[in-house]
Design a protein around this ligand. Structure first.
Ligand SMILES: [Zn+2]
Length: 165
């Protein structure tokens, strides 16, 4: 079931909305293969009439299965939006979709949860990653100036080309 709000109920005051939206209901497709929704979207909200709008306030949460961008380890990440709020206009071009006397709140919850997905998932801020660890192990500590010389020559060669122009 999508999250439907009875507009009629709002005229009598604030309405509490608690529950969860199953993933099947959300049709949430992650754009990042490293981030996969793993659990329902849990919500704990209060809806209130606010002039010509509905004000939604509360918290949203969802469990994600992430793959660390550095070391490829899989780990769980919880999207946790506390003090989330959203103003849904009842009139105008951006107004909320109303069917009969019910407004479907699902798209708003889905979108903001989606926006809270990690952009560059890391298993931890200290993660060194596999590539970096291998590099440090493979290169002797005192490699000195020898590998740098050819690089410098290339730099001068590039500058020479520029001078000719
Ligand atoms: Zn990692």
């Amino acid at each position: 079931m999508p999250l439907l709000l009875q507009l009629d109920a709002l005229t009598r005051g604030a309405v509490s909305l608690n529950g969860e939206l199953p993933l099947a209901e959300l049709e949430m497709v992650s754009l990042d293969e490293l981030v996969e929704p793993a659990g329902p979207l849990k919500y704990n909200l209060v809806a209130e009439k606010n002039g010509e709008s509905i004000l939604l306030e509360g918290s949203l949460g969802m469990l994600l299965n992430c793959e660390c961008a550095r070391c490829l380890k899989t780990y769980e990440h919880r999207v946790d939006l506390r003090n989330w709020s959203c103003l849904l206009p009842l009139k105008g071009e951006e107004s909320v979709q109303i069917t009969g006397d019910t407004a479907d709140l699902t798209p708003y919850l889905r979108e903001d949860t989606f926006l809270a997905f990690p952009q560059h998932p890391l298993c931890g801020s200290e993660c060194g990653g596999i590539a970096k660890t291998a590099e440090n192990g493979g290169i002797p500590a005192q490699s000195g100036s020898a590998p740098e010389e050819p690089e410098n020559e290339n730099v001068w060669a590039e500058l020479d080309k520029l001078d000719l122009k």
